[in-house]
Design a protein around this ligand. Structure first.
Ligand code: XMP
Length: 518
């Protein structure tokens, strides 16, 4: 396994994902991890990741000294290379020019890191070059004693360096992003070739490990799970069912703000098909009552969240002998909340599922996805036999249609929105655009607009369609859906449905707009 020390770069998690894609387990830890902890973790190699600070500045973070004395291979990336250079006796200086974007680096010396890799080969000089993604201000001006410069660009004389006898390597560019064409092979050279880490991190293996861990943790006791129909809780349900069968009880709260047929699908997949114990609670009226007269998005969010907890607690109280509560916490949540606690992360995404259940529940937690990234969770879901369209579906916010009905929520609005949304999603799937967009949905606008149907004048509601492409949901581009597709969706919504006289398409990107309308 590989240890990744985090200096606060937004790319650190991506490094961990890439390493795991190679089938090697890796964890992200804060840069000031103690020697004791590092020894206990017992990695095959260490990656020093990037960070926003300047090595040249007083008080900027350093890697623990033991990183360079444990006899392990070390790979510094960006800031990681700079701190490695500085700590081992080289020199780093503030660059007068910031490099950001594509760069072509020339390989200057043989190194195990770049063995047999090239994007271009100059046949005359025999020189190999790589297309890479650079993003840095400072640069290494002098490599430490014993090191060789292994790659350079005109503006970055030390784009890579290494000391092969000690297995210390550094690159100024980012091998973890896809813009660096050979990035994954570079990581593979380090992780598999140089560190000789075992490649046993596969979905089947993860499931086997988790099943036995859960069995050990839970024994013959009972576990309760809030099943929402989302990817994470669905995979937890399938995994726990495999591990402990009837000792699992799921509570599925239908808040009346779900997509069309979603409740039925959850019951069919889990209860009918897999034989999981699922209690479905029909709480539509209760949620509608709590939301009546409320137009403020944040108040709506809070009421929906609190009502969910109330309903869930009431159901839980009816079940005897529960000792554990299962949750679909995934690894990015764990890294982010650790970073938030220590105040070390510079960019902390506020994610929406924090909070949750009150301490009074006194249940012990079972969190079998705590070590997994979203793409790993999806692969696990497929391996566990969940339907692909459930595992690969677009994210759906906790408050559901509640934040897609602008202003006050009413049953009439929810019913119209559900129908329009279903038509949009059906056409996206039919045309092959569902998988090309990251998130797509309809929004209910509580304004009336005039239309004509036959000879009659129609004065009805407006539906907005939203579809975006994004990788991280922090920034997003509105999807350039074909006009013909928009035309079909619009015609179907207006003709097949009552209560809608106009359909619009949202052409706002994030930022400045958000993905949801509220
Ligand atoms: P925004 O609208 O902030 O959305 O650009 C980014 C992502 O977060 C989802 N989202 C939520 N998820 N509870 C959730 O569980 C919420 O209150 C919430 N608000 C937004 C949104 O669907 C998108 O994927």
């Amino acid at each position: 396994k590989i240890l990744i020390l985090d200096f606060g770069s937004q790319y650190t998690q991506l490094i961990a994902r890439r390493v795991r894609e190679l089938g090697v387990y890796s964890e992200v830890r804060a840069f000031d991890m103690s020697e004791e902890e590092i020894r206990a973790y017992n990695p095959n190699g260490i990656i020093l990741a990037g960070g926003p600070e300047s090595v040249a500045e007083l008080g900027s973070p350093r890697a623990p000294e033991c990183v360079f004395t444990l006899g392990l291979p070390v790979f510094g990336i960006c800031y990681g290379m700079q701190t490695m250079a500085e700590q081992l006796g080289g020199k780093v200086e503030g660059a007068n020019k910031r490099e950001f974007g594509f760069a072509e680096v020339g390989i200057d010396a043989e190194t195990a890191l770049f063995a047999d890799i090239a994007d271009r080969l100059d046949t005359d000089s025999g020189k190999r070059t790589l297309e890479v993604w650079m993003s840095h201000g400072d640069k290494v001006a002098e490599v430490p004693p014993g090191f060789t410069v292994t790659a350079s660009t005109p503006s970055c004389p030390v784009a890579a360096m290494s000391r092969e006898d000690k297995q210390f390597f550094g690159v100024q560019f980012h091998p973890e992003v896809t813009h660096t064409l050979q990035g994954q092979r570079i990581l593979e050279h380090f992780v598999v070739g140089i560190c000789r880490a075992e490649t046993n991190w596969t979905p089947a293996q993860i499931i086997e490990d988790q099943v036995s861990r859960v069995r050990e943790q839970v024994g013959d006791r009972h576990v309760l799970l809030g099943l929402s129909g989302g990817v994470d809780s669905s995979v937890v349900a399938a995994l726990l069912h495999r591990a402990i069968g009837d000792q699992l009880t799921c509570v599925f709260v239908d808040n009346g703000l779900l997509r069309k047929n979603e409740g039925e699908q959850v019951m069919e997949t889990f209860a009918s098909h897999m034989g999981v114990n699922v209690i479905r609670v029909d709480a539509e009226q209760r949620f509608l009552d709590k939301l009546a007269g409320q137009a403020d998005p944040e108040i709506k969010r809070k009421r929906i969240g609190n009502t969910f907890i109330e309903v869930f607690d009431e159901e839980a109280a009816k079940i005897d002998g529960v000792d554990f509560l299962a949750q679909g916490t995934i690894y990015p949540d764990v890294i982010e909340s650790a970073a938030a606690k220590t105040g070390k992360a510079h960019v902390i995404k506020s994610h929406h599922n924090v909070g949750g259940l009150p301490d009074t529940m006194k249940l012990k937690l079972v969190e079998p996805l705590r070590e997994l990234f979203k793409d790993e969770v999806r692969r696990l879901g497929v391996e566990l036999g969940l339907p692909a369209d459930m595992v690969y579906r677009h994210p759906f916010p906790g408050p559901g249609l509640g934040v897609r009905i602008l202003g006050e929520v009413k049953k009439e609005y929810a019913d119209i929105l559900r129908e329009a949304d279903a038509i949009f999603i059906e056409e996206l799937r039919r045309s092959g655009w569902y998988d090309k967009t990251s998130q797509a949905f309809a929004v209910f606008l509580p304004v009336k607009s005039v239309g004509v149907v036959g000879d009659g004048r129609r004065y009805e509601w407006v539906i907005a369609l939203r579809a975006v492409e994004t990788v991280d949901f922090m920034t997003a581009r509105w999807a350039h859906l074909p006009y013909e597709l928009l035309e079909t969706v619009s015609n179907r919504i207006i003709n097949e449905m009552e209560g809608v006289s106009r359909v619009t398409y949202d052409v706002s990107s994030k930022p400045p707009a958000t993905i949801e309308w509220e």
